[in-house]
Ligand binder design. Structure first.
Ligand code: NAG
Ligand code: NAG
Ligand code: NAG
Length: 926
């Protein structure tokens, strides 16, 4: 029977009967503990005998998916010593040996140390490790406060240690809610199986990726998600390209917190309805970080402060983008560009997928079909367009010596991943896209035969090594200087993906428990072992401090390690900040790159899932995201693609991309009506780019989200907690897309605020309700929130031109006649403009018929200055007789205006005054 000894925080002079610890409350906790049946046999094939052999309890249940084999109450570890200081608590714990070894072949670590650090008033860390033997720890650097918060009163939380079973409880002081509670059975720490569970303070939990799930607010009815980076197109509950063991939880008090498990081994996370969640990982240590919010936005701000704030992408990368796998030659791209121009559809970026390469080898050009590409790129760039091409990490190994510098220099500099030296001094060969030299590829053969016959050996660079980053940068620089120009880079296949399992020949050397561990998380094709579609887990990687690690431990960091070297190389090569898009991500990848949501399908359900995916990447600190518009695999169908163009116009990363051998799905492939709808919606996107760009700056500078779940703005309204068919851009633009075939009406929530229809300026009559909104084929519903001022510019064919237009303002007054907003503006592509203060930050305030600006930062070069243009004010209740512009040192000037009483819209225009906005102004209307 559980013994609930409580160690009190020494600096807290609270008697044992204090509220959180009162006997009544404790007995409810105990009661709940009894009903918390945590799965003791998550593997397949459990039965009573196997269950009891683990010392667990077998009890069939009629609840669907509930475990029949569960841990007894005192299973776990026992607290043996607690030492508290002003900056944290150190706890020693020992395995409760009343229970047999949990899993054969995975040695239990019987004595553990727990180090709890009060990182700041709003964050803490607890690290559980083996004090006797160093184990692998994640080499991703976090930005932690230099000194812990030693002043108890400054902390939003209090920590309690329970001793049997050992567990940590984190309590939010303001509400006395226990928001982390691992004092539950099942805690296990063995060599290749580590498990910890916690109760959740509410049923609302978000995040944990990258996996596909059908709802944003997790379904807690016994769902397990495997996390392991894999070249796995999205499918129900499947693990995809990246790994983010981070979630945000809501509390009954409507506060929010976030939890990161900094562990990079293959793992899984199970949600159960108690509510609780369980982490199981197969290596490393348990290193947890919690941020206390208390608002959802504050959670993301604090989390990104820790993992690193997202990169500021170049302005042009907020424009529309076109790509496909399977362009047959450069002429096809040139025609597409001309057709887009003729149709006047705004667009900034053209891509080339692996087709441009000779036999899909990095840093080559297919001279037969794409010989004209470099010139086309130059021509397009001269017209303000930008170009991004793809790079895969794997380097072809079967070229004649001296003919392929990427491989030859890689060998010279020893950049490729090898076996541990005691096993072999060879490279761990894989196969990916590149073909052997001098082969005629027969596409009619099945995939495996093609891989065997035609695909060359490849070597995987070890991007942890500095020498690899230098080599990679050299290849990128040489290509730019000698072959063709580019503005951004797209890195793919960096899970890393391989077309053979483990290595060529599929025999991994060394310890086979690394390839087939005693506990295997539920991953796609997990029966094939961890090396399915990737390299052997026993491959050796070398960290930049020289530490040798196993791919087993760092597999989930391969994409992460690929990203910074690519971003650094892009900057040093082009001298501009550009943008990098990566497929595989880990916490902190957002510091250097954005992420597209992978090889999605051309299917209606993927429209909704893309919103869920974007919202999750918002809380993962990677705001520059979006799915492949119209879907990657399969045939896109007209209406679906049209609705997806409308939705995709509000992806921060807005790219239409398609796979090979599928019909075209770009906006000029479908005829006049489709082109017109695409043009209209992209014109809206381009009009609002100054607003989107300002949000990107706020993400970069403060960690705010860009694609924002409604619950981030309206957390006190529980109606918003499950909304995932709508999203916001920042605080002020509500997007309600049509996500289903054949609809002409879409049901959407109108949160409790004043809203205006973006298309008409009309105030919405209801608030705090679900309403039906008309959504004819040409229309996506957009609403602007009263109280906000959105900067805008007239759209042009691309951002090179739209950036030169005067700055417009859309002033949406709230019920009290107030509104505020801001504009961030820089040269759009300079490196470190924020750090070096080479930007303009202007704030705008409207109140009682006066619109004023202030300029907190004015570091803009003269060439990048903007003039004030047209202003629209919504919610002006009384007719206006005069509008005046005042600027210090100049006579007041009357501005031409119109007032529309029916929609209460005032419009005026300052264009003719050429007033540049780094000078504060006041505009008054009476
Ligand atoms: C390709 O390169 C690998 C690694 O050097 C070598 O083992 C293999 O025999 C080569 N294959 C061909 C067809 O050249
Ligand atoms: C690699 O580079 C980092 C950062 O520049 C440096 O701290 C580290 O010492 C280097 N490692 C080696 C092995 O040179
Ligand atoms: C439409 C869409 O983007 N769906 C899924 C694509 O795949 C990612 C995972 O890579 C999911 O997060 C998306 O929901």
């Amino acid at each position: 029977m559980a013994v609930w000894t409580v160690y009190l925080s020494l600096c807290l002079l609270i008697p044992l009967s204090a509220s959180a610890l009162d006997p009544e409350k404790d007995s409810t906790v105990n009661l709940e503990a009894r009903s918390l049946h945590l799965d003791c046999y998550p593997e397949a094939g459990s039965d009573q005998a196997k269950c009891e052999a683990r010392g667990c309890i077998w009890e069939p249940s009629s609840v669907p998916n509930a475990p029949w084999c569960y841990y007894p109450e005192t299973h776990g570890y026992v607290t043996t010593n607690v030492v508290e200081t002003a900056s944290g608590i150190t706890v020693d714990i020992e395995r409760n040996t009343a229970f047999p070894i949990q899993r054969s072949q995975s040695r239990d670590v019987n004595k553990l140390r727990v180090e709890i650090t009060f990182l700041s008033g709003k964050s803490l860390r607890w690290k559980i490790f083996d004090p006797a033997n160093a184990r692998f720890e994640v080499p991703v650097p976090l930005e932690l406060p230099a000194t812990p918060e030693t002043e108890e009163n400054n902390r939003l939380y209090r920590v309690q240690i329970q001793d049997m079973p050992f567990g940590i409880q984190v309590i939010r002081k303001s509400s006395e809610e226990i928001i982390w509670d691992s004092a539950v059975p099942g805690f296990t720490f063995s060599d290749q199986f580590l498990q910890i569970s916690t109760r959740l303070p509410s049923n609302y939990v978000y995040g944990v990726g990258e996996t596909e799930h059908p709802v944003y607010s997790h379904d807690l009815n016994f769902h397990t998600y495997g996390l392991f980076a894999k070249d796995q197109p999205p499918g129900y509950k499947l693990n995809n390209y990246g790994v983010h063991p981070f979630h945000m939880g809501l509390e009954k008090s409507k506060n929010a917190h976030g939890v990161l498990l900094l562990n990079s081994n293959a793992m899984d996370v199970t949600f159960v309805p108690s509510p609780a969640l369980t982490y199981r990982t197969i290596g490393g240590i348990l290193d947890f970080y919690m941020v206390m919010g208390p608002t959802p936005e504050a959670v993301v701000q604090q989390y990104t402060e820790m993992i690193g704030r997202p990169v500021l992408p170049a302005y042009w990368s907020l424009g529309f983008q076109l790509c496909r796998y399977g362009y047959s030659n450069d002429a096809e791209i040139a025609n597409l560009y001309n057709d887009m121009k003729a149709a006047k559809i705004p667009y900034d970026v053209q891509y080339a997928d692996i087709d441009y390469m000779e036999r899909q080898m990095d840093f080559t050009l297919d001279k037969q079909n794409f010989n004209g590409l470099p010139a086309l790129v130059d021509n397009m760039r001269a017209e303000g367009m930008r170009f991004i091409f793809i790079l895969d990490p794997a380097i072809a190994a079967n070229e004649t010596k001296g003919s392929y510098p990427a491989f030859d220099t890689g060998i010279e500099k020893d950049v490729f991943i090898k076996w541990p030296p005691q096993l072999s001094d060879d490279i761990v060969w894989g196969k990916v896209w590149p073909d052997y030299p001098n082969v005629e590829v027969d596409n009619s053969l099945d995939w495996d035969t093609q891989v065997k016959l035609f695909r060359a050996f490849v070597a995987f660079p070890d991007f942890f090594k500095n020498s690899t980053a230098e080599w990679w940068a050299g290849q990128i620089r040489d290509y730019y200087n000698n072959v063709m120009k580019f503005d951004g880079l797209w890195i793919d296949m960096n899970e890393p993906a391989s077309f053979v399992h483990g290595t060529v020949g599929e025999k991994c050397l060394g310890d086979q428990t690394l390839e087939n561990p005693p506990y295997m998380p539920p991953l796609e094709s997990s029966y094939r072992g961890l090396n399915h579609k990737t390299m052997c887990m026993n491959s050796e990687q070398i960290l930049d401090d020289g530490t040798r690690v196993k791919h087993y431990d760092v597999h989930n960091l391969y994409g992460w390690s690929h990203t910074k070297p690519t971003y650094d190389a892009l900057l040093s090569t082009t001298g501009k900040r550009g943008v990098v898009i990566t497929r595989s991500t880990y916490p902190s990848s957002g510091r250097w790159a954005g992420h597209w949501l992978g090889d999605n399908y051309s299917r209606w359900d993927q429209l909704l899932k893309s919103i869920i995916g974007m919202m999750e990447f918002s809380i993962f600190g990677i705001p520059y995201t979006g799915a492949d518009i119209c879907g990657f695999f399969n045939h896109a169908e007209y209406e679906m693609c049209l609705r997806w163009m409308q939705l995709g116009a509000f992806y921060p990363f807005s790219r239409n991309h398609n796979t090979i051998n599928m019909p075209r799905q770009d906006p000029v492939a479908w005829g006049e009506e489709f082109a017109a709808v695409s043009r209209d919606v992209l014109n809206i996107r381009y009009t609002l780019l100054p607003y989107l760009n300002t949000l990107m700056y706020e993400a970069h500078a403060h960690g705010n989200t860009v694609v924002r779940p409604l619950l981030h703005e309206f957390v006190t309204d529980e109606n918003t907690w499950k909304i995932d068919r709508q999203f916001l851009w920042g605080p002020a633009l509500l997007i309600t897309p049509a996500l289903d075939p054949g609809v002409t009406v879409v049901r959407g929530y109108v949160p409790d605020a004043r809203w205006y229809d973006y298309h008409t300026g009309q105030a919405v009559g209801v608030r705090g309700q679900f309403v039906d909104m008309d959504t004819p084929l040409w229309k996506i519903n957009l609403h602007v929130r009263g109280g906000h001022i959105l900067p805008w510019q007239k759209a042009e064919s691309n951002t090179y031109y739209s950036r030169q237009n005067p700055l417009g303002l859309l002033v949406a007054l709230d019920d009290g006649g107030l509104a505020h907003g801001s504009l961030f503006w820089d040269d759009g592509e300079g490196i470190d403009t924020v750090q070096n203060k080479r930007f303009l930050l202007t704030t705008f305030t409207a109140s009682s018929g006066v619109l004023t600006s202030a300029v907190p930062t004015d570091g803009l070069a003269e060439a990048d200055r903007l003039t004030l243009g047209q202003v629209k004010v919504w919610g002006v209740t009384a007719p206006v007789t005069r509008v005046t512009l005042s600027v210090t040192g100049q006579p007041d000037a009357d501005l031409p205006f119109t007032y529309n009483a029916e929609i209460q819209e005032l419009q005026f225009d300052a264009t003719s005054h050429s007033h540049t906005i780094e000078k504060p102004f006041t505009i008054t209307w009476i």
